[in-house]
Structures are given as C-alpha cells and as structure tokens.
Design a protein. Structure first.
Ligand SMILES: C[S@@+](CC[C@H](N)C(=O)[O-])C[C@H]1O[C@@H](n2cnc3c(N)ncnc32)[C@H](O)[C@@H]1O
Length: 222
C-alpha cells in the first residue's frame, strides 16, 4: 500500500503492538527524562503533546504538570492510551483526535499551553514551517516547546520506502524554522542514538535530538 503523509491508517494498524517494541519504550523513557530535565515542568503548567501515540512519553510527564492534552491523528493509538489512563486512574490527561497540520481551529481553539512537546512525530508532518506556526499559536507567551526527532539521516531509517517522511532534520534549518514561528531556541542536545539494522540491511546509528525553544513574541499570521 502506498502511504501518504500523516497516514492515520498506518498508525491505526500498528497501535495494538506499538508498546511491544523494547527500543521504542526505551527511547520514550529517555525522551521523557530529557524533557523533564530540560524544561523542569511545574504543577501550574498546561501541557500538550502532539503525536502522543500510546502515551509512552506523556504517561511519564503527566505527574509533573497540571493538565495534559494528548493529541494524535490515529484513533487506535489514542484508544490504547485511553485504556492505559483508565487502568492507571490518572485524572489530568485528556486525549483528542486532532490534526494540528490542518488548523488550530478545533477543539484546541482558544486554549493556551505553557508547554508543548513531541517525540518522533515532526518528521511525519509535511509542512514543518506551517505546523510550527500552528504550535506557536497555541503556546502562551514565555511558553516552552520541546521537540525530539531524528537528526538528518540517510533515508533508510524507515522500513517502508513508500512512507512519506522527512529524513530527519538539519539542526540549523530547524532552528531557523522555529525562529520564524516566534520560537527562540534555548538548547539542542543529543539524547538518544538508535542503533538499528536499516532498510539496506546495514547496522547504522541514528541520533535523536531534543530542541527546546521559548515563545518570545506573538505569532503573526501571513
Ligand atoms: C512515530 S509515532 C510516535 C508516537 C509517540 N510519540 C511515541 O514516541 O511512541 C508518530 C505519531 O504521530 C502521529 N501523527 C502523525 N501526524 C500527526 C499530526 N499531524 N498531528 C498529530 N499527530 C500526528 C501518528 O499517528 C503517531 O501516533
């Protein structure tokens, strides 16, 4: 099947087995710990994760913030997360099937967040600049965005050659896009390295960055 950008079908198919991958769980734990260390979240913060998947990151972060809006475009990923929330008794996470690429005029409209974060999702979104602008619109002034994703890679990280993805990000180019969305970069760090057999059958290293940025001016709509 030819996959398109942001194929909810693909993630719907993968949702029930998503948490079975030990490397995926290890990355998510590392991401959560890195975000907590870099951002130092506090109990007054309203937080949002875009591309939350089954909540591997957000279930670690929820205890440190006031409220957490977990959004994704895959209903099946969200169903797995919702089941975990129900089992755990966590009361401050709200899930919603929302595509921030399309618009911020949605269930999230009028809401503001002090923290917006994401793990391994940005490379699945076609128009990075427009998306970051939408993210910035939802962030309160002084709010923090924390994004983890792949550094520029050889194009062989994903197993399906037909899947539409960015092949990681150049840090300078991403910093410029964040800046264009009114988000000033405060740090870039390498927080994890995937060592995996890639699509060509070669064991290769794929570093993952965490970038944090602060909203220092209101978003101007073009
Ligand atoms: C590689 S998975 C990462 C999931 C989770 N963050 C984790 O680390 O396990 C990417 C997730 O982003 C979601 N996604 C893709 N495009 C999206 C969009 N435009 N808005 C929200 N979620 C999106 C997918 O449905 C999927 O759950």
């Amino acid at each position: 099947m030819v996959e398109k950008w942001n194929s909810a079908d693909k993630f719907n198919r993968e949702a029930s087995q998503w948490d079975e991958n030990p490397q995926r769980r290890a990355v998510a734990l590392g991401v959560a710990q890195a975000i907590i260390a870099a951002v130092k979240p506090v109990k007054t913060m309203r937080a949002l994760e875009f591309g939350c998947g089954t909540g591997l990151v957000s279930l670690e972060i929820a205890q440190f913030v006031k409220t957490l809006s977990a959004i994704d475009t895959s209903t099946e990923m969200l169903a797995v997360l919702q089941a975990k929330i129900s089992r755990s008794g966590i009361t401050n996470i709200e899930t919603s099937c929302t595509n921030l690429s399309a618009s911020t005029e949605s269930a999230l409209n009028e809401q503001q967040f002090e923290l917006i974060y994401s793990s391994m999702t940005l490379h699945h979104i076609d128009d990075t600049a427009a998306f970051l602008n939408n993210v910035s619109t939802l962030l309160s002034l002084g709010g923090i965005v924390a994004i983890t994703d792949l550094d520029l890679e050889d194009g062989l990280f994903h197993d399906d050659p037909l899947e539409h993805v960015h092949h990681g990000f150049d840090r300078k180019e991403l910093a410029a896009l964040l800046n264009g969305a009114g988000l000033q970069v405060t740090s870039f760090e390498t927080i994890y390295t995937f060592n995996k057999t890639n699509r060509a059958g070669i064991i290769a290293s794929y570093p993952v960055f965490l970038v944090t940025a602060t909203k220092n001016k209101p978003v101007t709509q073009e």
